[in-house]
Design a protein around this ligand. Structure first.
Ligand SMILES: [Zn+2]
Length: 354
């Protein structure tokens, strides 16, 4: 049996899952654990597709074959929905996907009931039935309990995959019944090679994105494929760099514009939180440059501007203590956001003491 899963890094997990298929040792429940953007969802889809592929037992065929009825149906679904971003559920007889609805806090018990009942019906093609739960750490307590009942009485040929970034919000009783697979950040040179060889990017694009994504290959791919997303990211970087040449009024003006032009369709809190995380990354870069670690910086694309800021700081006799203090201010700003302080105020407060 051969596989054509597009993966970057985390080979151990991929090979383990492929071996599960080859040796017919499929578990009833898997937990794909690790930070976002490591490719967990992609691997989950390809694992599901290979299980559902009607040609998977044919020695010479590469799976998923993309040719049989099951593969074709899944292709149509993938084209119709951007499953990761909207769609809380996607149905094709043997494949079911649950995600948190965009505005909701949790995955609801109702969603999980539908999920369980869909998986309980017999298979369209007399094959496996696979259900994926994205962001499973957001299962409501009721939803988690409903799911637990299903895991306690597993059905043959039903596979459930929980994609989670952390185990702390999942009941131990679910965790103990699942095969846990850890996903880790991927070395930047592996991502670099993927971008230049498979995606045929230029070396400078690969250098930039492989550092920018901080070991998260799915994020590098998103930067590459979604121009708008990338530009919004860079805009937040540039706003922060500009702050260093601005007085407080100009900074507040910049924040006002940032909050107004919300093109990523985020809530104001998400937007502000994103900005703070990006700005913390820049401060980390400044700290790295300050100690001479040029090759380690995340924002290679603005390395000249960053060097300039370090130079100005040295001339103004600001040392790394100032940067560490700024880091603390930004960390605190994140907490204010969590505590529902007005996001614009939080940002203004954070940049007033630059
Ligand atoms: Zn197939």
């Amino acid at each position: 049996m051969k596989f054509n899963w597009p993966f970057i890094g985390n080979e151990n997990v991929v090979h383990f899952l492929q071996k599960n298929i080859t040796n017919n040792t499929i578990s009833n429940a898997y937990i794909f654990l690790g930070p976002v953007d490591l490719g967990k969802s992609t691997i989950a889809r390809f694992f599901a597709k290979s299980l559902l592929c009607q040609n998977k037992d044919q020695v010479e065929i590469i799976t998923p074959c993309e040719n049989c009825d099951a593969c074709e149906k899944l292709q149509i679904i993938e084209k119709q929905y951007n499953i990761a971003e909207n769609g809380c559920k996607t149905l094709y007889g043997d494949f079911y996907l649950v995600n948190k609805e965009k505005e909701a806090k949790n995955i609801s018990i109702q969603q999980i009931r539908e999920f369980i009942s869909a998986l309980g019906m017999s298979s369209f093609f007399n094959s496996y039935k696979v259900g994926i739960i994205e962001s499973a750490e957001t299962l409501s307590l009721g939803a988690a309990n409903a799911l637990l009942k299903t895991l306690e009485e597993p059905k043959q040929k039903v596979v459930i995959i929980l994609v989670v970034s952390s185990l702390k919000d999942l009941p131990e009783t679910i965790v103990s019944r699942s095969q846990i697979l850890n996903f880790y950040p991927v070395a930047s040179d592996i991502i670099y090679d993927y971008l230049t060889i498979t995606r045929k990017t230029t070396h400078s694009v690969a250098k930039n994105l492989s550092k920018l994504c901080l070991g998260r290959p799915a994020l590098a791919v998103k930067f590459l494929e979604n121009k708008n997303f990338y530009e919004n990211y860079i805009k937040k970087v540039k706003i922060f760099l500009e702050f260093h040449n601005q007085d407080i009024n100009d900074r507040f003006q910049a924040i006002e514009e940032l909050m107004k032009k919300n093109t990523d369709d985020q809530t104001p809190v998400q937007l502000a939180n994103d900005a703070i995380i990006i700005w913390m990354g820049i401060v980390r870069d400044l700290l790295l440059l300050d100690s001479g670690h040029t090759d380690l910086i995340q924002h290679q694309i603005v390395s000249d501007e960053l060097r300039q800021i370090v130079k100005i700081n040295i001339e103004a006799e600001k040392n790394s203590d100032n940067l560490l203090k700024l880091m603390q201010i930004l960390e605190k700003a994140k907490q204010y956001l969590k505590a529902n302080v007005n996001p614009k105020l939080v940002l203004e407060n954070a940049v007033s003491s630059l």
